[in-house]
Design a protein around this ligand. Structure first.
Ligand code: BGC
Length: 279
């Protein structure tokens, strides 16, 4: 989805993240793309990570550059240790440092349990969970080395772990994905506990149903969208900008006292709407 669709990001204050350097993984499409653009609008310089979809990633970087900040696309598979290490080295060499990591890259490989291959299980855990571990570890090394620079931010670094309502809601046919996001929640909380004394803020965002390529089949026909809306008390399917706004806010000093929290951005999906009339 292009940023021209959905709502305009122009409401984001352009000085909020001025001078900060952000890395967004999986930023060539969907939530990662909108978040990278949002951080750029807020004044951050942005590295747009991608693993496939180079053209789209370059376009995202171009759009961000048009806001008068620096942006570049960088290819790396977040589940490959050597590639993550190289990406962080490159970012530090080219951008000077990192202040904000949005560990967003994620995918689905859906199947019922009896049909799920080990490869499907492993791929999802590798990208969704191990990828966040590797990126968080490499970013943290730089946060610890550099420490707080008060003119830039009150904290030494911010990590935002992109999770899902499925860190809480079990999901038949998606056991690999739900298990990975349950893992992301505990990764996030444990890192938050470990790193808060170093003035590094780790938080999570748990999107609900957001219109992106990952869940196209859940919203692209009117029938599918009607079924989906039964799960969303607020009565609309989210768009990627909803998540971008949350990420920009969480990354900023406006949220400096928010540590180890998951922000659910889900139109009330986690309110278990079936219980409004049942139970
Ligand atoms: C999944 C989507 C799904 C949504 C709500 C997300 O984490 O990636 O496919 O529509 O959760 O169920």
């Amino acid at each position: 989805m292009s940023s021209a669709e959905g709502r305009s990001q122009k409401v984001i204050p352009s000085q909020l993240l001025r001078g900060q350097k952000a890395l967004v993984t999986g930023a060539n499409s969907g939530i990662g793309k909108a978040t990278a653009i949002g951080l750029g609008r807020a004044g951050a310089d942005v590295v747009v990570n991608y693993v496939t979809g180079r053209d789209e990633a370059e376009k995202v970087a171009e759009e961000i550059s048009s806001f008068g900040v620096r942006a570049a696309a960088y290819e790396a598979d977040v589940s490959e240790e050597g590639q993550v290490v190289a990406m962080m080295e490159w970012m530090i060499a080219e951008f000077g440092t990192i202040d904000i990591l949005v560990a967003n890259a994620g995918l689905q490989r859906d199947a019922l349990l009896a049909d799920m291959t080990l490869a499907q299980w492993q791929k999802v855990l590798d990208v969704n969970l191990t990828g966040q571990f590797l990126c968080a570890r490499e970013a943290t090394k730089e946060f610890l080395r550099r420490g707080v620079v008060p003119e830039v931010s009150r904290s030494a670094g911010k990590i935002i772990c992109m999770s899902s309502v499925h860190q809480l809601i079990p999901w038949t046919g998606h056991v690999n994905y739900a298990a990975s996001k349950g893992g992301v929640q505990m990764l996030m909380q444990t890192l938050a506990q470990e790193l808060a004394p170093k003035r590094i803020r780790v938080n999570g965002i748990a999107p609900g149903a957001i219109k992106t390529p990952i869940n196209r089949s859940a919203w692209e026909t009117p029938e599918a969208e009607r079924d989906l809306l039964r799960l969303i008390p607020y009565g609309r399917v989210g768009d990627a900008e909803d998540i971008a706004y949350a990420a920009v806010s969480l990354a900023s000093d406006l949220m400096d006292y928010v540590v180890g929290t998951t922000l659910y951005v889900d139109g009330g999906m986690t309110l278990f709407p079936g219980f409004a009339t049942g139970g």
